[in-house]
Design a protein around this ligand. Structure first.
Ligand code: NI
Length: 171
């Protein structure tokens, strides 16, 4: 396993549309292991492969609370197949937009299909934090960030702030 650097706003790779995974090869399994190591180290509750610069449709997640045992979840080629009309709201954050949190409204329940690491297809219905996290991470696979759902004023402000930090690091 290896720890990877998480790419940060305004890195253009965050806007890429990731490619579906074909066969689940040893390389994909290694990617997943690396993603877990990187996600737990951050620490974060969800990570999309593109956040370590790999444009493949792979998501890792662990929503277990600190005092609970780890509950690693892997979603290969995840896809939302149904969303509720009812909305729910969470204060979201993102490892690629560190230390920035905003309230985001999304469908409260979703159904998603995905493959596990053995290539078996699953269909789950999610609500609460899992529903939010699934939508947030699947958005990453499509080059969408949670700040795309907040007001333009707030989005411009946070985008500028991160651009400035990136520029300062460059100089
Ligand atoms: Ni994120």
């Amino acid at each position: 396993m290896a720890l990877h650097e998480i790419i940060i706003l305004p890195d253009k790779r965050l806007r890429l549309v990731s490619e579906p995974v074909g066969k689940i090869t040893a390389e994909i399994k290694k990617l997943v292991a690396d993603m877990f190591e990187t996600m737990y180290d951050a620490p974060g509750i969800g990570l999309a492969a593109i956040q370590i610069g790999v444009a493949q449709r792979v998501v890792t997640m662990d929503l277990a609370k600190k005092e609970e045992d780890a509950e690693p979840l892997v979603f290969i080629n995840p896809e939302i197949v149904w969303s509720s009309e009812e909305l729910g709201s969470y204060e979201e954050g993102c490892l690629s937009i560190p230390e920035y949190y905003e309230e985001v409204e999304r469908p409260a329940r979703v159904r998603a299909k995905y493959l596990d690491l053995d290539g078996n297809e699953h269909l789950i219905e999610a609500d609460g934090l899992l529903a939010t996290c699934l939508q947030h991470e699947i958005d990453h696979l499509n080059g969408v960030l949670f700040i795309d759902y907040i007001s333009k004023l707030k989005r411009d402000r946070v985008t500028k702030k991160f651009a400035k930090v990136a520029k300062r690091a460059e100089d």
